[in-house]
Design a protein around this ligand. Structure first.
Ligand code: SAM
Length: 342
């Protein structure tokens, strides 16, 4: 019997069961990542007992976890004792080129998990649920009090940025640019990719003071420390002068008024001939599949921000004294360039 032979009603039932129990899978994947199943299986630690021993987990629960992971396509086993990771599980290896290890752990950790448990409240009130779940004004305040989860989140941003950074750098012309600043840049993947593509370019990261050491360390590891500056600060207060600002996954975190404040700070410090570059997902036509509509729900529950359509970005630019001059595509991202309106 193939999927096509299953009556439509039964298929819908199956599909809805998958959606309803999706959060079970999220936490199964979290456990798989936390207990390094991908790395263990790749290095030959391939029985539940050996993994339980290495990770100090319960042997029977670990055996059941591996059996379930096998039924999810994450691993195979001929004898039910020895397991082999699939390429799907391989995406959770810490050293995989586009690893999702930290993203898997961070998205399912309490910072995100508990507000998501209150998601219907976000829809009822239009308010993010971080304050109700954690008594913090924002997810960034939550992270400021929890350095370990904050650095996990930065690593998870790295997971999403590493793959995209080269594509974003490739569509940005840095000819004549003196300083490119990654605003809210976390580990600065985008600006470092731009600096790798253009060996003359000086770059830097502005982010919260407890975040920027990761960017400085990454630039040192890249051998670019001499061309790289970090600024621990607050983009709502002030943005240091530069002639190219990159804001990747920044505006989607904030409501319109907050976005205008950030953009105005960029516009007022922008050096002659400079540009502001916004990198976010663009919301397409209603019903278009993809990450943008889901990420929009993540922003609704987690930040009070939103994913936007082109016209909505234009309104933000206009309110900040900027105008859009170019839109390029870099993988799942839109790279939107704006210059002073006048
Ligand atoms: C969603 S992350 C995006 C990180 C990075 N641009 C990327 O795409 O990988 C948002 C970033 O904004 C930073 N941030 C939040 N509030 C900030 C503020 N008031 N001033 C500067 N940075 C801030 C966070 O620390 C975090 O690194």
């Amino acid at each position: 019997m193939t999927t096509a032979d299953i009556p439509a009603e039964a298929r819908d039932h199956q599909r809805m069961m998958g959606m309803v129990t999706g959060y079970w899978v999220t936490q199964i994947v979290r456990a798989a990542a936390l207990y390094n199943l991908a790395d263990h299986l790749a290095s030959g630690t391939n029985t539940p007992e050996a993994i339980a021993d290495a990770e100090s987990t319960d042997p029977d629960a670990t055996r059941r976890l591996l059996r379930t992971c096998a039924s999810l396509g994450l691993m195979t086993s001929q004898d039910g004792v020895h397991f082999t990771g699939t390429s799907l599980l391989g995406t959770l290896r810490k050293d995989a080129p586009n690893s999702l290890h930290h993203f898997a752990v961070s998205q399912s950790a309490p910072g995100h998990w508990l507000p998501w448990g209150r998601f219907p409240e976000a829809v009822r009130t239009g308010e993010h649920q971080v304050t109700a779940a954690h008594a913090d004004a924002s997810i960034f305040d939550y992270f400021a009090r929890r350095p370990e989860e904050a650095s996990l989140f930065t690593e998870s941003m790295t997971n999403l940025s590493v793959a995209a950074a080269g594509d974003i750098a490739a569509v940005l012309d840095t000819e004549g640019v003196k300083l490119a600043l990654d605003v809210g840049g976390a580990a600065g993947h985008v600006v470092r990719a731009m600096m790798k593509a253009d060996p003359e370019l000086h770059g830097g990261v502005l982010d919260l003071p407890h975040i920027v050491p990761a960017a400085a360390e990454a630039a040192r590891a890249d051998g670019m420390a001499e061309r790289f500056t970090v600024v621990g600060g607050d983009f709502f207060e002030e943005v240091p002068p530069a002639d190219l600002y990159v804001l990747k996954y920044i505006l989607h975190d904030w409501d319109d008024d907050s976005c205008v404040r950030i953009l105005k700070n960029c516009a007022s410090s922008l050096l002659e001939g400079g540009r502001v570059v916004v990198v976010d997902h663009l919301v397409g036509a209603v019903g278009e599949p993809g990450l943008a509509p889901l990420m929009d729900m993540n922003m609704l529950g987690m930040t009070g921000g939103r994913e936007r359509e082109t016209a909505e970005f234009d309104a933000l630019f206009a309110a900040a004294g900027l105008r859009r001059v170019k839109v390029s595509t870099a993988g799942a991202f839109a790279v939107i360039e704006a210059v002073p309106a006048a």
